[in-house]
Design a protein around this ligand. Sequence first.
Ligand code: ADP
Ligand code: ZN
Length: 217
Amino acid sequence: MNLILLGCPGAGKGTQSKVLTQRYGLAHIATGDLFRAQIAQKTALGQKVEGYLKAGTLVPDSIVVEMVAGKLDESSSGWLLDGFPRTLEQAQQLDKYLKASAKQIDMVIYLAMDENAVVQRLTTRRSCASCGELYNTISRPPQVEGKCDKCGGELKQREDDLESTVRKRLMVYEDLTRPLIAYYRSETTLHEVDGNQPPDKVTEQLVALVDSAKVAR
Ligand code: ADP
Ligand code: ZN
């Protein structure tokens, strides 16, 4: 099973991807997470992309495509793409890659979200520096302020979750990523789930969708 999860920043792609990949045994290919890991490890790739992430602009297509292709080459099971593709060019490169390796996308899911709510969602988001667990100071606060419930690690705010950067990311999304919805609508069946609902409700609907695709296969 190969899935793509589309949606604006803050639509809940990360949260839902974690649940889905565990449930269905898929590789979670999250380009943002991969870049942040490279930056933390101070690799050459990390140094190349750091400025883009900090500014909330996109990493050049060629760099992203090469990294994702490497990950897809490695994965023997199915996968879920989270944060990729993000431009039409990336989507076309992905199609080319899939054709050449006789693979296919089984489902594209668009997690729709009211963008006015995004700024609030993202500026209150926190994550554990040790285990990556996600929190929200309003909707999902940890039991002890600033500490992870699961591992006691320190909760941090992502550098690009500052309000001005969030607004920049939303503009980039509107310009470059939103056109992908129409692209996939014409290429395959695009399924839409309302991301404004509480996380559990969203999960429930995503699971129902993926289960129906499994039956249809
Ligand atoms: P979000 O979806 O919340 O904006 P991500 O963690 O997916 O966050 O991405 C964070 C940043 O990583 C983006 O703002 C961008 O700089 C970079 N990035 C991630 N995926 C891509 C991609 N497919 N193409 C270009 N840049 C990307
Ligand atoms: Zn933790």
